[in-house]
Design a protein around this ligand. Sequence first.
Ligand SMILES: [Zn+2]
Length: 361
Amino acid sequence: MAVSHSLLAFQQRFPDEAHCAQFLLERRWPDGFVCPGCGGKRGHLLRSRAYTYECVACGKQTSVTAGTVMHRTKLPLTVWFWAAHLMATHSNGMSAQQLMGQLGLGSYKTAWLLAQKLRRSMVDPEREPLKGVVEIDQSEMPFRADETFFEITKSGKMLVIGAVEIVDHTTKKPQEPKRFGAKYLDTMSGRVRLAAIPSNEATHIHAFIKANIAPGTTLVSDGHASYLGLADYRHDPRVVGSMAGHVPLKWIHRVFALLKRWSLGTDLRRQHIDSYLNEFVFRYNRRFYRHVSFETVLGLATRHGPVAYWDIIERKNPRKASPTIRRQPRHRKTASGFRQDGARTSNAADPSSGDEPGTTE
Ligand SMILES: [Zn+2]
């Protein structure tokens, strides 16, 4: 697979671990190191642990990757940066297979986890409910079942509900509601919301509407019975009859068509449907901007906590069954020599500090 020009330029900007770490350092402490434990401003860069600072005052160790998706990773920072750049600039996102090819990653599992972790940062931060006139409908999405982690053998279908604002083509403002059945002309699609639902029963549909659409909104639907009974909304059903469904519900059908086309290029799996839908919505609602910032994808903007492998695949970590029992305290290398777990540094400024010295955050 050809490596894009933009990726090469990005790789020249972040050619190695040191450049990536320096970027994270400046992003985290624009005015120089500040200890998150005691506020101390003097820190040593540890030689024993990569890109980790130890506070001179309290001994707390803080990594430049703390609080980001890259924390405690075995992958080089360059791989994270380059992958985030690809996910951010590719107009349809990147599948694990594509990441693997572009970055020359050794295994599909590595690429898949990388993509999945980066995808978690792509959640729409402005969760303002949709309003005005909204088209709403449901569609079946094909997905690849993954009982076995890597083999894609089975496929199934799941139900996705979607809603999209109808906005004015010129002003991009929400439409004023018209009389029932009236045509909305010169429109385009505004913001979209999607969710996977277990069935098209009224409970699930009502919950989706209440969570995503402001009360008072006009709902243009195909007249499915499950949309009825919502007192706070104005329901404008379009009886489809012999007409093709995409005529009265043009915009939401276009969204579903795009979603299906995109899902064919990714490895959509049932238990991760929510993060895929989030990524689609995130991109769709930003489609007029050129691209998403790689910093957003790295989680630097919103400070997503680190996500563990076992959380992503939603299984219990078999190694976490019982806590590790240590016969002897661990010895850790610090800037000022070795130290045992739980031991206090001699120069600790505040012995009552709740943070255990020497712990990395
Ligand atoms: Zn400190």
